[in-house]
Write a protein that binds this ligand. Structure first.
Ligand code: SAH
Length: 397
């Protein structure tokens, strides 16, 4: 077993069960990519078992803080079973569920989403990459699913020195062509493609917020709704379910918009109430303002503008801009659901950005609610970095 010795004073974060060891904290020791190492304090005290990552700034990700625990197939069995049991207790109103959420489930770098009978996973760090075969077997045994698609084509793998990978990890012979699956989310049928969709195929983290939006649209009687960064139209279906009569989905992905239109009719809503716009959101908001249009409700759910705190400033300007435009475009008494999924932008900072956007637009609003990711995308006490999605519900005055 290879030993990683930390520098003096650098043991504090592992002692608090935070799972990351940065390169600068290490005094000596090394190992191969994904190899299990024993991390010790500068005086040789056991701190954690972890996976070594030779090229990442995060040089070790901890598997366990228990010296007696062995990192083997049964370890992954225990961790995955615990993660799946937690989701069974949550019982989300959907058969699309995030089963494993990386560090929060004690499995750094592993993301697993279940879409009906199909699992879709990302292996984003050297440790889970090395144990991929074992993890795949455990996932099938724990869930009873026979199909596991790998979507390790995320750019963060580069930081770990890993190539992008995409394809079936497990699939019964002859079933490989079926990458499209349908899930039931709340009362809605939604389809996605694990091979072609974004991330693992769909954005499960917004599930509760979509249901909530349907209720808000109904409660406030919103008729015209602009769903910006709509992807496959989850919030558009929610708006129609809430009674909206004119919904526009705006996205820069034509395949996503085609699916949004299909979702409207598949769920029994009048296709005449929904239109799609394959366009840039910022330009669209400006056009609509110029045309003198207004909306009763607007959703802003942009992609990640900042991956790191260092990019937060440029991202802040981008968030401020779209929120300023949306607040202008909103009818008095209208609803704004605005989100940020940038880990580098805190909930506090996001609130300040939106407040600044309101000031620039000369618009005030009631802050009705703060929103976050659904509970199957948990944050833990020991790993606050896991918090990424935050949203505000604003009622324009
Ligand atoms: N609200 C969606 C998820 C949005 S993900 C849901 O509930 O499922 C962000 C989306 O923004 C992606 O679909 C991406 O195609 C789109 N996008 C990214 N940049 C864009 C831009 N400049 N203009 C319009 N859409 C954009």
């Amino acid at each position: 077993m290879k030993i990683i010795r930390l520098r003096e004073g650098k043991d504090r974060s592992l002692l608090r069960y935070h799972p990351w060891v940065f390169q600068g904290s290490i005094a000596k020791g090394g190992a191969d990519a994904g190899e299990t190492v024993r991390v010790e304090s500068h005086e040789g005290r056991f701190l954690a078992w972890g996976a070594f990552s030779p090229s990442s700034q995060i040089r070790v990700r901890a598997w366990s803080f228990d010296e007696g625990e062995r990192i083997d197939a049964t370890f992954f069995g225990r961790r995955i079973q615990a993660a799946v049991s937690m989701r069974q207790r949550l019982a989300p109103n959907s058969d699309g569920v995030r089963l494993v959420h990386g560090e929060a489930d004690g499995l750094p770098g592993l993301i697993v989403d279940r879409y009906g009978d199909t699992l879709s996973a990302q292996f984003l760090a050297t440790g889970v990459e090395r144990w991929k075969g074992v993890i795949a077997d455990v996932l099938l045994a724990t869930t009873g699913c026979k199909r596991l698609y790998e979507r390790s084509d995320a750019s963060v793998r580069q930081l770990e020195g890993l190539e992008p990978v995409k394809g079936w990890l497990r699939c019964p012979a002859g079933d490989e062509a079926r990458t499209a699956v349908t899930i039931r989310e709340h009362d809605w049928q939604l389809s996605l493609d694990v091979a072609e969709g974004h991330k693992t195929g769909y954005y499960l983290d917004q599930r509760d917020n979509r249901a909530h939006f349907a209720q808000l649209v109904r409660r406030f009687g919103s008729r015209s709704v602009l769903n910006c960064y709509s992807y496959t139209g989850g919030f558009s279906v929610a708006a129609l379910a809430g009674g909206a009569t004119e919904v526009i989905s705006v996205d820069s992905s034509a395949p996503a918009l085609a699916r949004a239109s299909a979702h409207v009719t598949a769920n029994g809503f009048d296709a005449a109430r929904h239109t799609t716009l394959d366009a840039d959101v910022n330009a669209t908001l400006r056009d609509f303002i110029q045309q003198g249009r207004s909306f009763d409700a607007i959703v802003l759910d942009p992609p990640k503008f900042a991956s790191t705190a260092a990019q937060a400033e440029r991202a802040s300007r981008a968030y401020k801009d779209i929120n300023r435009l949306a607040l202008k475009l909103l009818a008095p008494g209208g609803l704004l659901l605005t989100f940020s999924c940038s880990g580098g932008v805190s909930a506090d900072l996001f609130h300040k950005i939106v407040a600044g956007a309101g000031a620039d637009a000369k618009v005030d609003g009631y802050l009705l609610q703060r929103l976050e990711a659904a509970a199957d995308h948990p944050t833990t006490l020991t790993f606050p970095e896991g918090e990424y999605l935050k949203g505000l519900v604003i009622l324009k005055r």
